[in-house]
Design a protein around this ligand. Structure first.
Ligand SMILES: [Zn+2]
Length: 170
């Protein structure tokens, strides 16, 4: 963040990072915000078991993750759930069955840049386990785990770890 020094408007080396969420130029009126981004995480459940994916890319390669991702422009959170579950797992979600659970903050580091997100958690209950066609570039495997067998340290992201910690506690 501090690496960005040159103002894209006036060209002077006068851009200042506030340490939180914006750069501003001390020479002109240029301001650039690095706002919180919205993301979704979907807890797919089937008779007391929960579907996790194992990440096959950085950050947190090898750790457990939930299906989900960043919200696109002009997309509702529920539409993001539908799109991401199709992209990652090739499953067709009935949007009316998505149940909102919680919104928790997270930091997602990509190529050394930390992105602050607000992760919106949804539950999607299915009657039976389904076959998964994996997007192997992103996910190495998909696993169903019973509530009692969820190991918090295996979970990739803070928001999901906090979510499952609360969830397991009841
Ligand atoms: Zn400037």
């Amino acid at each position: 963040m501090e690496d960005l020094k040159f103002c894209p408007k006036c060209g002077y080396e006068s851009l200042l990072w506030d340490g939180e969420q914006k750069w501003s130029c001390s020479n002109c009126d240029y301001v650039l915000y690095h706002n919180v981004a919205a993301a979704v995480a979907v807890v797919i459940s089937c008779n007391g078991e929960f579907l996790f994916t194992r990440r096959n890319q950085e950050p947190k390669k090898g750790k457990l993750d939930l299906a989900g991702g960043f919200v696109d422009l002009r997309e509702s959170a529920e539409e993001t759930c539908v799109r991401e579950l199709y992209e990652e797992l090739k499953i067709k979600v009935d949007i009316s069955k998505l149940k909102y659970l919680a919104g928790l903050p997270n930091t997602y580091e990509y190529k050394n840049i930390p992105y602050n997100t607000l992760d919106l958690f949804y539950e999607y209950e299915v009657d039976e386990k389904f076959d998964i066609e994996l997007e192997l570039s992103e996910i190495s495997e998909a696993v169903w785990i019973k509530k009692d067998n969820i190991i918090l340290d295996e979970i990739a992201f803070d928001s999901q770890r906090i979510f499952f910690k609360n969830f397991i506690a009841g």
